[in-house]
Ligand binder design. Sequence first.
Ligand SMILES: C[S@@+](CC[C@H](N)C(=O)[O-])C[C@H]1O[C@@H](n2cnc3c(N)ncnc32)[C@H](O)[C@@H]1O
Length: 206
Amino acid sequence: MAKRPGSNRWLRRQQRDLYVRQAQQSHYRSRAVYKLIEIDQRDRLFHKGQTVIDLGAAPGSWSQYANEQVGGQGRVVAVDILPMEPVDNVLFIQGDFSERTVHDQCLQALNGRNAGLVISDLAPNLSGIRATDQARSMALADLAKELAVQVLRPGGDMLIKVFQGEGVTDLRRDLQEHFQKVVTRKPGASRDSSREFYILARSYEI
Ligand SMILES: C[S@@+](CC[C@H](N)C(=O)[O-])C[C@H]1O[C@@H](n2cnc3c(N)ncnc32)[C@H](O)[C@@H]1O
């Protein structure tokens, strides 16, 4: 991730940030939730009873929100390389998503069921070398797309974080081959200074 937690500038910006304060006053673990909420309010991603896969889930605010939206009949499978405090009704897999075994663990967790939605907020640790960071981020996005096309039910959706740069156009083109509609979203909680935005691919077609 771009920021360096602990640095003075990062700390001051966090304290000023409206979304950080909002998250601190709510039960959500991260300001990242407001990006998902804004997209969901516009695009209605979640349904009761849905199965959702949340990639790059720690510290867990997207999983918290997803669980609230799918309700007790739904199921959320979350993956992160970092540990994550448990979230009710969320099955957490800790591991590196670029490893085949972790991909396979996701499939096992679904136990033959299809997912209705795959959300990916995966963001690699930044090296500071832009081309390397972009390549790592796109590699994760590609893996997320590969899992999605394997597990989504027809009509299912995918939301995926990307950073503007090399590879994004190819990913979009690729998604257009599998989904009826592909749009981009830059929620208000996503900092203007960040190259981050989201691709929303709707209605998976086999
Ligand atoms: C922006 S954070 C996700 C925030 C989360 N959506 C939330 O609401 O709390 C990105 C996450 O991607 C995870 N990540 C990065 N590379 C990964 C990998 N190879 N495998 C699994 N998780 C990874 C990071 O550990 C980090 O927790």
